[in-house]
Design a protein around this ligand. Structure first.
Ligand SMILES: [Zn+2]
Length: 375
């Protein structure tokens, strides 16, 4: 199924070639998948001679997933198909820091999104990414600093409210999983380890080592957002001072621009700040460039610690990639331990791709394909 997903439309013969198996053996497997309606047969292909192959597709038409991205400020929700393609626009609502209220708000939003759809009955489940550390087996949110949560069970009450399976994962990890799982062709991750850095109200980091997500003994592995850049730096949501997150999150960038005068409930977003920078506001440019430098300095710690083959950076700040790439690269080069490490492959993931929602969708969709990194 992963081969069909990655190469669809694909013929049985091509599938057999890629699997290194005889066509007859592959046909038996294909027939099982057709019978289970996991794949379907589409248009007939064209060959110069011989029998015309029938192409196989993943049957994503009648199976949907709901993806939710819980951030400290807002929660975003969309409906996607089984390969992560958006089927709805992205809607959002303010995130309540009270878990019961958030569960009720989220359940209501999911219900109304599904009520608008004729295929609501084929929703396979809800994937939720959260800005915090998640215990893998129970999916309990162990600690979400920007929300002030410890040991919060979102999954069971949300699942009960919706009557659907619910999966919870750390946002950075889900983003990393989605990259490994969903990308193909030129966008496919290279052989080797990858790191995903998701910059939003906080900073989420996902690490894939040898094709598996790194969780650690206590589910906090990869929390580079809370590794200090300076011991006496700005206060972080986790209560410590000088964490990487306290320098590079969207909140930190906005605080740098506004200074202590920033109103508490400001609607001014990072996109607004980027727009001001584009209009020539020197203070806005300086705030974004400072974030880029701190991003690069923290990235040097990630590179020196893990030496990944590729680093993905996602988040609204990447809309200003032309402003941030140079200072980020320069700061990385300053601290990276070798020239080759300074030259680490860095890819931005466009905000329009909604990497965190893609990650949330993959929590439900990827296990259907028995993706090894999710199992
Ligand atoms: Zn911290």
């Amino acid at each position: 199924m992963n081969l069909v997903r990655a190469h669809q439309p694909i013929s049985r013969a091509d599938l057999a070639r890629r699997m290194g198996m005889r066509r007859g053996a592959v046909s038996l497997i294909v027939n099982d998948l057709l019978e289970s309606k996991l794949i379907f047969e589409g248009a007939t292909g064209q060959t110069l001679r011989g029998r015309k192959p029938t192409f196989l597709y993943i049957d994503s038409r009648r199976r949907t997933v709901v993806a939710a991205d819980v951030r400290a400020s807002e929660t975003f929700v969309m409906v996607a198909d089984l390969v992560g393609k958006p089927l709805s626009g992205v809607t959002s609502f303010p995130t309540s820091t009270d878990p019961q209220q958030l569960i009720s708000d989220l359940a209501n939003r999911v219900k109304s999104l599904l009520a608008e759809r004729e295929d609501a009955d084929v929703c396979e489940g809800v994937g939720v990414v959260v800005p915090g550390m998640v215990e893998h087996s129970t999916m309990k949110v162990l600690h979400a600093p920007t929300l002030g949560w410890r040991d919060v069970n979102l999954r069971d009450p949300l699942s009960a409210a919706l009557g659907l399976p619910v999966q919870i994962e750390n946002s950075g990890r889900a983003c990393a999983l989605a990259q490994v799982w969903a990308m193909r062709g030129d966008a496919a991750p290279p052989a080797g380890d990858i790191v995903f850095i998701s910059v939003s109200d906080g900073v989420g980091v996902g690490v894939i080592i040898h094709g598996e997500v790194l969780r650690g003994g206590h589910n906090i592995a990869g929390e580079f957002g809370h590794v200090p850049l300076a011991l006496d730096g700005p206060r972080c949501s986790c209560g410590a001072n000088g964490c990487w997150e306290a320098y590079v999150s969207n909140r930190a960038t906005l605080a740098r621009y506004f200074g202590p005068m920033r109103p508490q409930q400001s609607q001014f977003s990072i996109e607004d700040l980027i727009a001001r920078a584009r209009a020539g506001d020197a203070k806005a440019i300086a705030a974004i460039e400072a974030t880029a430098r701190y991003l690069g300095l923290g990235l040097a710690s990630v590179v020196n610690a893990l030496d990944p083959a590729r680093v993905y950076i996602g988040g609204e700040i990447t809309l200003a990639w032309d402003l941030i790439e140079f200072p980020l690269r320069s700061a990385l080069a300053e601290r990276a331990l070798t020239a080759a490490a300074a030259d680490t492959d860095i890819r931005r993931v466009a905000a329009s791709e909604h990497p965190r929602l893609q990650g949330a969708a993959a929590l439900i969709a990827a296990p259907s394909f028995a993706a090894p990194v999710v199992a």
